[in-house]
Design a binder for this molecule. Structure first.
Ligand SMILES: [Zn+2]
Length: 216
């Protein structure tokens, strides 16, 4: 049986990158990747180990029930949201869930991020919606997130943070960085005056770009 070491190494490297980018503190947030060409196998960061101490071999592999396939640590307790999204979205190869500050501010306000900067829609797929509140780690939150993600690649989780999916780890990570940037611009712009949205025809054209860009 494969120990999926290469993919576990990659998830580890991106989890450390997420921590170093300031998107999470301590052991918060989580990163996962779908095992290619195998049904219902997911590599995911473990629960309760700070990213400063996390080792690649502590990243685990779970099945569709969240049960361990490889590794000894318990998976992130937020695994239900990852598995539900992989099942609903065949285009998801990797998922990041972060507690980035500006995304979390909007999640607390329960305010979606509208199409305010050019690059958001081609990568996120449209306005970044806020999934209805449910407790973290619950099946209800997983269901709410899948619903709010419909046709898009990023979502805010009410009173919690953000979540982004992508074809691979690089794309999902970059999208979480972009969503946080857009959230920051939106929060700061709201303080200064009226926020202008992109024209509707531009948003429509960018949505078409999204359909192409997400598979590249
Ligand atoms: Zn969380």
């Amino acid at each position: 049986m494969s120990d999926y070491l290469e993919l576990r190494n990659q998830v580890h490297a991106y989890a450390v990158k997420m921590y170093q980018a300031g998107m999470v503190t301590g052991s918060a947030g989580n990163v996962s990747a779908r095992v290619p060409d195998e049904a219902d196998r997911y590599v995911i960061t473990p629960t309760s180990i700070s990213y400063q101490e996390l080792k690649p071999e502590e990243v685990v592999v779970v099945d569709g029930e969240g049960d361990l396939v490889v590794g000894e640590n318990a998976p992130s307790f937020e695994y239900p949201i990852h598995i539900a999204i992989y099942r609903a979205r065949p285009d998801a190869g990797a998922i990041f869930h972060t507690h980035s500050v500006y995304s979390s501010i909007l999640a607390v306000l329960r305010k979606p991020i509208p199409p305010i900067i050019e690059e958001l829609v081609p990568y996120a797929g449209g306005e970044v919606a806020v999934a209805e509140y449910a407790q973290s780690g619950s099946d209800a939150l997983a269901e709410n997130a899948v619903k709010a993600l419909f046709g898009k690649s990023a979502v805010l989780l009410a009173n919690h943070g953000n979540l982004c999916l992508g074809k691979n780890l690089r794309k999902a990570f970059n999208l979480c960085a972009l969503v946080e940037r857009a959230a920051r611009i939106y929060v700061e712009a709201l303080k200064l005056g009226q926020v202008h949205l992109l024209p509707e025809e531009v948003v429509q054209a960018e949505k078409e770009m999204y359909e192409v860009v997400k598979d590249l």
